[in-house]
Design a protein around this ligand. Structure first.
Ligand code: MG
Length: 300
């Protein structure tokens, strides 16, 4: 196999927070164990936010505290502010993530502050996290289109990416939050980013709202991106497009990457099996293609 692609499994946070059906703390722990058993080495376990804001993230502290992970596995939790980080410090989580967007309107609606204010909020979070040897991932949303402001300037994406790295993030996830980008646009953005920073510090985060997520991953691979976020079963949705599919499905990404001779360390058969189990927990068919495909000829 050729180079190894890192998959960051986001179903327990980005996926579940956009689903009506809530999982119990025990189900979340079981899902995390199944993902780790399937070879997942990077996974979000939840978010340290107030349950009244995002009820789906209730119990994140118990999920993280009640889980053992092998040394090669790096779980992460989203922390919107210092309060969130203080909860993270009660656990032995090795990574946290902060979240901002390229659009002022989206940021105001999503995290109730301007882009500049979000950076002011993150500065002490990153400082305290690093002091405690916790690495910090940065999520950058609406890097292509914003549901309120439309097309986003590529220069703005590059500038905010650099700003997150300068702040101390080890990696920035470039998000097509509403699944509106196409492959030419994606390549253009990554081409500009890689002029200024190593793509080793950059991840692609694609949503499949318009059916372009896998194509966008393929386009990103051609530019040299080797880290992708995905959600088992395609769990999740887009909060600004009710009923549309959400994050690209992990099993669909893994199927494509393995077909291309790229390794992921993931076991597609176990991913498919877990995805179908979670579909029962969620009481609905999940949007993933590969786990729902006939099994008589596909791998896994
Ligand atoms: Mg997402």
């Amino acid at each position: 196999m050729k180079s190894k692609i890192q998959i960051v499994e986001v179903c327990l946070r980005d996926g579940l927070q956009n689903e009506k059906q809530q999982l119990s703390i025990q189900q979340k722990k079981d899902l995390a164990k199944k993902l780790i058993a399937a070879g997942v080495s990077r996974l979000e376990l939840g978010a340290f936010v107030r349950p009244v804001v995002i009820p789906q993230m209730t119990g994140t502290l118990q999920v993280v505290s009640g889980l053992r992970w092998p040394p090669n596995v790096i779980p992460s939790v989203l922390v919107p502010n210092l309060n969130g980080l203080e909860q993270a410090l009660q656990t032995n989580i090795p990574e946290v993530a902060v979240f901002t967007a390229c659009s002022e309107t989206f940021n105001q609606k999503n995290i109730n502050c301007s882009i500049d204010e979000s950076f002011q909020r993150f500065a002490p979070v990153v400082k305290l996290a690093k002091k405690n040897k916790i690495r910090v991932r940065g999520y950058l949303s609406t890097c292509f289109f914003c549901p309120f402001e439309g097309l986003i300037s590529e220069r703005k994406v590059v500038d905010l990416t650099l700003r997150l790295l300068e702040l101390g993030c080890f990696e920035v996830s470039i998000g097509d939050t509403i699944g509106a980008a196409g492959p030419s646009h994606v390549q253009s953005v990554f081409r500009k980013i890689k002029r200024e920073v190593s793509l080793k510090k950059i991840a692609g985060h694609f949503h499949d709202t318009r059916g372009t997520a896998l194509t966008n991953i393929y386009a990103s691979l051609q530019q040299g991106v080797e880290i992708f976020d995905s959600s088992l079963g395609g769990l999740g949705g887009c909060p600004f497009a009710p009923g549309s599919s959400g994050n690209v499905a992990t099993e669909d990404v893994v199927f494509m990457l393995h077909e291309m001779g790229l390794s992921t360390g993931l076991d597609l058969r176990l991913l498919n099996k877990t995805s179908l189990e979670i579909s029962k927990w969620m009481h609905k068919k999940l949007p993933a293609k590969v786990s729902n495909a006939p099994k008589h000829w596909t791998q896994g």
